[in-house]
Design a protein around this ligand. Structure first.
Ligand SMILES: [Fe+2]
Length: 369
């Protein structure tokens, strides 16, 4: 068996590491920092501005999942500014947008060409990933998820050259995160871990990372949610552990692939506009029932780590985090979901070989009253 592992070149972990940006980009020249709606209100924004040589290096993204038009706009902006690097400070959407803009900086075709499977023949410019949520794992992967606004089709562009040059995990950036956003993100991360651990492409290395991520995420999610809900202004160990758990989960699934939950999630999230983490949270337990007999002793390994049956633990955690099921008693047009699920690379890594009837069964579980 052969194995090829992908990791960002360098990872900075800890309080205040955000301010490594000027140091690590010193030799590169001027760059652009893409950020979401909330970053400019944080004290770190002003502090960072003061430390950067070129003051007008910031690009505020309007929010939401990025579409092709957003990618085109950011690439054009960065080219005008002759950016030598792009950093993304934000949740999964901001990171994906910054990542794809850096990756396509020198690309000759329109982003739609790559969205439809065209190969990126050039290397792009360095991308620095700085997550402000704990879930997407985008900082660790070579994938960017983009929406085609014309038909609402959501697709992942995968290319090794998209992998972050550097990752900065600064827990200060989690202060002020909305607790319900954090709850959805945590379930996204837990789904990454479980699907990555169960994946038919899992190896000793990805399993080891996934187990550590599982431990960090399942031990800390509830307390992290409570601290955010209480609007705590102090960072505590839970913040650091959630950031690490999410990152390790990203490194694991980035190298092992995922499963049917992520295979189904794109089409379902696109149809209903439901947050990705919420979709994952509602599909994860049914996927465990589907796959349980195909993962050897892995289900019981995870159950042992949480001290009880894994499905029961996750069902209770979803309840504690007040994650709703928007699909309950809803009629879903099954054909597009089946087609999108069976065509997804995530589905191909699922332990049980996925057939039409498996997707229908999952949909029935999701929509049952
Ligand atoms: Fe995900």
């Amino acid at each position: 068996m052969t194995e090829s592992l992908l990791f960002p070149s360098r990872t900075y972990i800890g309080s205040g590491q955000l301010f490594e940006i000027p140091v690590l980009t010193k030799m590169l020249g001027a760059g652009i920092i893409v950020h979401g709606q909330s970053f400019w209100k944080k004290k770190e924004y002003k502090l960072l501005q003061g430390k950067l040589a070129v003051k007008k290096s910031f690009y505020q993204y309007k929010g939401g999942e990025p579409g092709l038009a957003d990618v085109r706009e950011l690439i054009a902006y960065c080219r005008t500014k002759k950016a030598a690097w792009i950093a993304g400070i934000g949740g999964g959407s901001v990171l994906d947008l910054a990542k794809i803009a850096a990756g396509l900086y020198y690309a000759g075709e329109d982003p739609e060409f790559y969205f439809q499977g065209g190969i990126i023949g050039s290397r792009g410019i360095p991308f620095i990933a700085i997550p402000t949520t704990t879930g997407s794992g985008s900082e660790a992967t070579n994938v960017a998820v983009i929406i085609n606004e014309k038909n609402k089709e959501k697709s992942a562009i995968r290319e090794n050259s998209l992998l972050a040059h550097s990752v900065i995990l600064d827990p200060n950036l989690l202060i002020g995160l909305d607790h319900q956003v954090a709850a959805n993100s945590a379930f996204d991360a837990i789904t990454h871990v479980v699907e990555g651990f169960f994946s038919r492409r899992a190896t000793w290395f990805t399993e080891t990372l996934a187990l550590k991520a599982f431990e960090l995420l399942t031990k800390n999610t509830e307390r992290f949610y409570e601290l955010l809900k209480a609007k705590s202004n102090e960072i505590s160990q839970e913040y650091v552990d959630m950031q690490l758990g999410s990152y390790y989960a990203g490194l694991a699934f980035g190298n092992s692939g995922l499963g049917i939950v992520h295979g189904m999630s794109y089409s379902l999230a696109a149809i209903f506009g439901a947050p990705h983490g919420q979709v994952c949270a509602n599909l994860l337990v049914p996927s465990l029932q589907l796959n349980k007999d195909f993962v050897n002793d892995k289900y019981s390994i995870l159950s042992k780590l949480v001290g009880r049956d894994l499905s029961e633990f996750l069902t209770d955690l979803k309840g504690t985090l007040k994650i709703e099921n928007p699909f309950k008693a809803i009629e879903i047009e099954t054909k597009p979901v089946i087609a999108s699920t069976l065509g997804s690379p995530s589905t191909k890594a699922n332990p049980k070989e996925v057939k039409d009837q498996d997707v229908l069964w999952m949909l029935a579980q999701l929509t049952s009253k």
